[in-house]
Design a binder for this molecule. Structure first.
Ligand SMILES: [Zn+2]
Length: 359
């Protein structure tokens, strides 16, 4: 069983704790195995090909991981798209949920709570339902109907909360006093699953890393998974450097971009305005310090984009055969600025995180 400790004060935590009970800091897994290319189970066409590097053993799987990496020939702005929206529940969240739920299953957990604007809730509901764990998912009352339907059809109990996204989280944390909190923002086993996207990109590019990766950032789980996954490859001597990481946010909710511009180490909490990028409407990301450190450490940057630019990017992607939700088009809306920050010939990867069918 993996050892869990507090990232901030180093205290040991329990396997089902969602944060440090002493200092409320986020938790991490202390003894993750190093990346070993010889240990990849190459006959296994899911993220469980990396079992030797993961902190949970597979007992239940929906075949998550191994999404396509395809070139997208935008004029003057070519990039490689990692089609995460082809995951079992149509978003990248399945990577983290698969690893977290196999961990919860190993500990005999019978019920969980989670708060989500949509994709995490749907993914959690699918894995909880498939495994037989009772799930209550707290969602904003104004979340897209398609996402709420998906959560309910997987058999989870939907708890609709009127108010801000922070109100939803507060209601969930209250419920988490009695029931394990399977949080995609806090849970370190969820983040471990997100590292597998970096390892797949490395394999799909012929054991190389791209020059840059551009992500939509709300809580930052995708970006942190990429940062940690590529760091593991770097520590194993398999890549010369970690790709530059770019965090893109909606201009209506930009705590990371504000901190980046002000050269702060911690996110600057904002009160969110309306945006079509509902998946990243997070006013105070819980691991925001680590997100900012990953941007700095990789030589990346943070940019904000407007809703009209997001809509335009979504339309361009659809014209190239890629049907994604607005949040997934956020990095494409910032491609001009990312390119201006890089060499002209730089290879850029963009994970396309969630399906357009959801909205
Ligand atoms: Zn602590």
């Amino acid at each position: 069983m993996a050892d869990v400790i507090c990232e901030r004060c180093g205290r040991a935590a329990g396997p089902l704790d969602w944060h440090c009970t002493a200092c409320s800091g986020p938790l991490k897994i202390a003894d993750l195995p190093p990346f070993d290319p010889e240990a990849i189970r190459t006959h296994e066409w899911s993220l469980w090909r990396y079992t030797a590097m993961l902190p949970a053993v597979r007992r239940f799987s929906l075949g998550e991981g191994m999404t396509p990496l395809v070139p997208v020939a935008l004029p003057d702005k070519p990039f490689l798209a990692k089609l995460e929206y082809l995951s079992p529940t149509a978003s990248y969240k399945d990577r983290g949920m698969a690893v977290m739920f196999n961990h919860l299953l190993a500990h005999g957990v019978e019920a969980v709570v989670e708060d989500s604007s949509g994709n995490a809730g749907a993914s959690l509901a699918a894995y909880a339902g498939g495994i037989g764990i009772d799930a209550r998912v707290f969602v904003p009352a104004d979340a897209p109907a398609g996402k709420k339907t998906q959560i309910a059809r997987f058999g989870a109990t939907l708890v609709e909360v009127t108010g801000s996204r922070a109100d939803v989280t507060a209601a969930c944390e209250k419920a988490a006093q009695d029931i394990p909190y399977a949080s995609h923002a806090w849970n370190p086993f969820y983040l471990a699953g997100q590292m597998t996207i970096a390892w797949e990109i490395w394999e799909q590019m012929g054991h190389r890393a791209p020059d840059a990766i551009v992500c939509p950032v709300g809580q930052g789980g995708l970006l942190l998974g990429l940062a940690r996954g590529f760091a593991a490859l770097h520590e194993a001597g398999l890549i010369a450097h970690v790709p530059r990481l770019y965090a893109i946010q909606s201009a209506a909710c930009d705590p990371i971009v504000k901190a980046w511009e002000a050269e702060h180490d911690a996110p600057i909490p904002v009160s969110s305005g309306e945006t079509i990028a509902g998946g990243i409407k997070i006013t105070a990301p819980v691991r925001g310090r680590e997100v900012l450190a990953a941007l700095r450490g990789s030589g990346g940057a943070a940019y904000r984009v407007s809703d009209s630019a997001i809509t335009a990017a979504q339309t361009i992607l659809a014209a190239h055969g890629l049907f994604v939700e607005p949040t997934s088009a956020v990095p494409v809306a910032a491609l001009d600025r990312v390119q201006a920050h890089l060499d002209r010939a730089a290879e850029i990867v963009i994970p396309l995180t969630g399906s357009g069918l959801k909205t």
